[in-house]
Design a protein around this ligand. Structure first.
Ligand code: FES
Length: 161
């Protein structure tokens, strides 16, 4: 971690310390928002400061699909494979993203820019099939649109609307 990241994590820990166990999830979210993932030494610090056993810290950190205990790309492409999206063509979106990004699901590009994931319901079933780029949802996509989107993400551009 850089000194400024150290400082940011220290501030987060101070903020959530009074909440103890109740502050665990929001504390982990705040830490991840600053670091991009939850490194082991930081998970240990969180447990110590909040008075929560490390096993419980990992119990929470590994339960939620959007918390990461391994480094991930700065941009995460999440292709939904739940029922509504599956029924409306999400396998074609995934294939288009695989091709455009040159990544299999779960992989991160060597430059650390992009991670590709297959994800359960993104909560936008009415717009199926969907994918997300970080927190932005894109719905009613076909394979060509998904490929354009993925290529823009890979090139470091803003995703086309
Ligand atoms: S099933 Fe894909 S967003 Fe709900």
């Amino acid at each position: 971690m850089t000194p400024s990241q150290d400082e940011a994590v220290a501030d987060i820990l101070v903020r959530w310390q009074p909440y103890g166990r109740a502050g665990l999830l929001p504390c982990l979210i705040d830490v991840q928002n600053h670091l991009g993932w939850l490194p082991p030494d930081v998970c240990a610090q969180v447990g110590e400061v909040l008075g929560v056993p490390l096993a419980d810290v990992y119990g929470v950190a590994t339960f939620y699909s959007r918390l990461y205990t391994q480094p991930v790309g700065r941009r995460i492409v999440r292709v939904c494979d739940d029922v509504a999206c599956l029924a409306n063509g999400s396998p074609a979106l995934l294939e288009a993203c695989r091709t455009a990004l040159g990544l299999a699901p779960g992989e991160t590009s060597p430059d650390g820019l992009v991670t590709l994931e297959v994800h359960p319901c993104l909560g936008h079933c009415e717009h199926a099939p969907c994918l997300m780029v970080n927190d932005q949802v894109f719905g009613r996509l076909d394979a060509a649109a998904a490929e354009r989107l993925a290529r823009a993400v890979r090139a470091g551009e803003a995703p086309p609307k």
